[in-house]
Design a protein around this ligand. Structure first.
Ligand SMILES: Cc1cc2nc3c(=O)[nH]c(=O)nc-3n(C[C@H](O)[C@H](O)[C@H](O)COP(=O)(O)O)c2cc1C
Length: 193
């Protein structure tokens, strides 16, 4: 079994989502003997933005980077993403990665009946961090709602959010939100059984 672990927080060691994504991956490593983990830090090792020269393949280096990211995504059974809310959405580094794995003919296609996701059979666990409090379905949430939409579009309906929110309210809020989030991490195998 292969797990792809991505982080996108710009806050380094002070990051809520990095702490949570690491805890989720550690839980999977404990539960699944022989689990292969690929890690990419999209903050320190970002993909280039999807410009015209990248899209057309004129920029061969950027194209190769995107192809490698796509291959890494396609072979993964489980994807764990550390995804903070930045300006109500996701960090642009995470968006740049998504732009490279959301590719017609590879991870989705249009049919006469509408769009069809092709990246099926994967599980996605998002470590979500938010300064404010939004809950499950706020109209101001373009972070979790976006991730659910885009990965659902690609065929991944098994999406779980491990959420720490209100972390900017006060140090105590942050501590409590992290504790709640850690306690909400599910056992991988019990859940899969
Ligand atoms: C650049 C930036 C933009 C942010 N934008 C928002 C926002 O729109 N809404 C919000 O609730 N919190 C916002 N925050 C707070 C973060 O969501 C919060 O600090 C969260 O813990 C970030 O996760 P991290 O600690 O893993 O980076 C922002 C923080 C940064 C650094």
């Amino acid at each position: 079994m292969k797990l792809l672990h991505l982080d996108s927080s710009a806050l380094g060691a002070n990051s809520v989502t990095r702490e949570l994504s690491a805890a989720i991956v550690a839980r999977w490593q404990d539960a699944v003997p022989g689990l292969t983990v690929d890690y990419r830090d999209l903050d320190t090792n970002p993909l280039p933005h999807l410009t015209g020269s990248v899209l057309t393949g004129a920029d061969a280096v950027a194209k190769a980077e995107g192809d490698a990211a796509m291959d890494q995504f396609l072979v993964s059974d489980v994807i764990v993403i550390g995804a903070p809310m930045y300006n109500f959405g996701v960090p642009s580094t995470l968006k740049a990665w998504i732009d490279r794995v959301a590719v017609a003919g590879k991870t989705f296609r249009y049919t006469e009946k509408g769009p069809e996701g092709l990246a099926i059979g994967k599980r996605l666990i998002v470590a979500s961090g938010r300064g404010g409090v939004y809950g499950e379905s706020s109209p101001a949430d373009f972070q979790e709602a976006y991730l659910r939409q885009v990965f659902g579009f690609l065929g991944i309906s098994d999406v779980e959010f491990v959420r720490a929110e209100g972390v900017a309210y006060s140090p105590q809020h942050r501590t409590d939100a992290l504790a709640t989030a850690h306690a909400s991490i599910r056992e991988p195998l019990r859940e899969a059984a």
